[in-house]
Structures are given as structure tokens and as C-alpha cells.
Design a protein around this ligand. Sequence first.
Ligand SMILES: N[C@@H](CCC(=O)N[C@@H](CS)C(=O)NCC(=O)O)C(=O)O
Length: 197
Amino acid sequence: MAYSGHSHRVRLFLSLLGLDYESRPVSLRDGEHLTEDYKKINPFGKIPVLDDDGLLIRESNAILVYLALKHGAKDWYPVDDPARAAEVQMWLNVAANDVLQGPARAWIATMFIPDENAVREGLEASRKLLGIMDRHLEGRDWLAGNGPTIADVANYSHISKGPRIGFELEDWPNVLRWQRNIEALPGFIAMPTPENY
Ligand SMILES: N[C@@H](CCC(=O)N[C@@H](CS)C(=O)NCC(=O)O)C(=O)O
């Protein structure tokens, strides 16, 4: 689903790694993710899922880990350095929890399932998250260590939708700089915004 931030983080990483893939759309609007056929692919009824020659991997962050390890992209997931690997993991958890409660919640409630309370709470959680990220990124270009990792990829997609959901990164200049660093990477692809949904 083109407008899913969880799916975009996977497509973004595939593109950064220069890997070929076939994208299979799943219509959330038509409830395709809730069908028995789809639940054989992901019993949790969520997208995205990676199918690598029959090996099914669900959970976007697990897909990022898999792709980095499978394709020898150790800079992107530095498993040989325990401290840095843990730092990447910490930020993957932020992407799975705080980004979900913040910008992802506000994005869904603004664009797809209108819900004013969810927008308000999602924006409140986004501001808290962005404040923490901004302090962390003071004097740093990337979330974990001196180069880009899957932690940056996982956190990027929903945060990039700020202007559509009610925040501008001008208030968090270090996060804005970090976002531009990601957008300057070779192979970067933006997350699309629906015109009419
Ligand atoms: N933890 C999952 C979350 C995936 C997720 O929430 N996907 C949304 C679309 S962005 C979804 O499938 N929503 C359908 C639903 O919850 O019914 C991951 O990282 O892949």
C-alpha cells in the first residue's frame, strides 16, 4: 500500500540497497489484509510482508534486519559492534513504538480514518518524540553512530509526513537536518501522499 509508512520504510531500504523487487499492492480500504488468504501470509493482518522465494517475513523492522544481513550490508546494521548494534536496536524500538503512537497515528487519522482525538494525541506524541530526537541529534548526522543505518530508515517515513499531519520540522532543526541527510542518500525514494483517497 503506497501510503503506508511501514511499507515505505521497506521500499526505501530496498531502493537504497539497489535491490530489484516486485511490489504487490494490498488494498487496506477494501479489507484485503483481513481476508483468510492474506492471513495465511500474515496472521496479524498487517502490511508489509516480504516474500523472498517463499520465505515470508512480516514486521517492517524485521524485514530491514533481514535485508541488511542477507545482502552483507553491515554498515547498515553493524552487528559486529555490540554497542552500535544495540543503539540501532534501541532506535528500531522507537520506530516500532513511539513513531507508531505519534506520527503514524496522526497520519492514519488525518488521511484515511478521520478521528480528531487520534490526530490530537498522535501530534502530542509526535512533539514529544521529536523533542527527544532533536536533542539526540545535536552534533550528530545519524541516529546510531557515524553513518546511516536501518535505524534511520525505520524512523524516517512517518516523520517525513509532518507537514501533512500538523508539524513542521523547523521547530526541531536537528531532526530537519537528519531528514535532509536521508533524502540526500543515493537511491532515496520519497513516501507518496495521496491526492484523493
Ligand atoms: N509492526 C508492524 C506494523 C505494521 C502496520 O501497522 N501496518 C499498517 C499499515 S501502515 C496495517 O497493516 N494496518 C492495517 C490494520 O491494522 O488493520 C510493522 O512494523 O510492520
